[in-house]
Design a binder for this molecule. Structure first.
Ligand SMILES: NC(=O)c1ccc[n+]([C@@H]2O[C@H](COP(=O)([O-])OP(=O)(O)OC[C@H]3O[C@@H](n4cnc5c(N)ncnc54)[C@H](OP(=O)(O)O)[C@@H]3O)[C@@H](O)[C@H]2O)c1
Length: 308
């Protein structure tokens, strides 16, 4: 079968190769993949990965072989799920605890956009507890995770401040539920109960300084690649404030989350209450240009590749 693999000497460091069919464990279903999405983590790792490494977390498709332990959806079920690597392939073995059936109203392209960005937002927001009336800051809000996080925080009843890097990236965020859209935290008014932080650098330092007593910064990434300095004594004085480092696959295990949360997100999409923010859709034969768009910060939301 065909898969996209890392090829350091090829344009965009990827190429199609024939690879072995998946060999599922007893708790894995084999999915015939119809759509995959791109995540910044895929892009970043491709920059240094070795020849033959297989990128891709998110996928949507149809179950080709059900899991041998009987835990998962039946053959022919439309599903979305996530794997630690190797989703950009014609067929993929997916643990059934990270695989959810698709409502009829959700397309493969929409569904492929949901797993990593939606679940990262959901499990990060869970660290804020009950969000009704809370002040929540989402940094990098114009990106894939950011647009899910803004919508989910608003659905949970929070007052949401969305931070974006450039004026043109403010578009659409108020419609998604942000009360305020800011470029920087200079002069930011509220103290935040919860910050979902993905930029790192000076912005993370400022976010730690803007925490309310008992508040929490959940760091999910550092897209800026810049180091952070912050006033640790000021943070200590917040009393009970926390800084939490989150990686999705570990967090799914810690929270016992996966299939059920994915089902929740997909149901919200089907009901029209959560928009996956599909910005770019193309054939997986154009994966190179999709990766370049992501790297050059030209994707407002999610980029999805169709397996054709
Ligand atoms: N911990 C985890 O398990 C986990 C899971 C998913 C994602 N992540 C991380 O979370 C971050 C967001 O992921 P994503 O999929 O939403 O990425 P994305 O769609 O590419 O969005 C990233 C956002 O970060 C901003 N950004 C990108 N490069 C930047 C730079 N050099 N300096 C300042 N801002 C920059 C962009 O802001 P502009 O709007 O200004 O261009 C963009 O909107 C990434 O760092 C990713 O690796 C971590």
């Amino acid at each position: 079968m065909r898969a996209i693999v890392c090829s350091p000497s090829s344009p965009d460091r990827i190429e199609f190769r024939e690879v072995a069919e998946p060999e599922p464990s007893r708790d894995e279903a084999v999915v015939a993949v119809r759509a995959v999405s791109l995540n910044r983590g895929n892009y970043r790792r491709l920059a240094w990965a070795e020849d033959g490494w297989r990128p891709g977390y998110d996928l949507a498709g149809e179950v080709l072989h059900a899991a041998a332990d009987g835990s998962g959806p039946a053959v022919g079920t439309r599903v979305a799920g996530l794997v630690v690597e190797g989703a950009w392939a014609e067929r993929v073995a997916v643990p059934t605890r990270r695989l959810a059936p698709l409502p009829d109203a959700v397309s493969f392209a929409q569904a492929a956009a949901v797993p990593v960005a939606g679940l990262t937002s959901l499990v990060s927001l869970a660290h804020g507890g009950l969000l009704l009336g809370k002040q929540v800051l989402i940094t990098g809000a114009a990106g894939g995770v950011g647009r899910f996080a803004v919508q989910l925080a608003r659905l949970a009843g929070a007052r949401v401040t969305a931070q974006v890097g450039r004026p043109e990236r403010t578009a659409g965020l108020q419609e998604l539920g942000a009360s305020e859209v800011v470029l920087t935290l200079d002069g930011a008014e509220p103290l935040f109960d919860l910050v979902i932080e993905s930029i790192g650098g000076p912005l993370l330092g400022q976010a730690l300084g803007q925490l309310a007593p008992g508040g929490v910064v959940v760091s999910i990434g550092a897209s800026s690649d810049e180091p952070t300095t912050f006033d640790s004594l000021a943070l200590v004085r917040k009393g009970g404030a926390r800084w939490y480092a989150l990686t999705l696959f570990q967090e799914l295990e810690l929270q016992g989350a996966g299939r059920r949360e994915l089902e929740t997100l997909l149901a919200l999409v089907a009901e029209g209450r959560l928009d996956p923010q599909l910005d770019i859709q193309a054939s997986w034969r154009d994966m190179g240009s999709l990766l370049r768009a992501l790297g050059e910060r030209r994707v407002a939301g999610k980029a999805v590749a169709l397996i054709d």
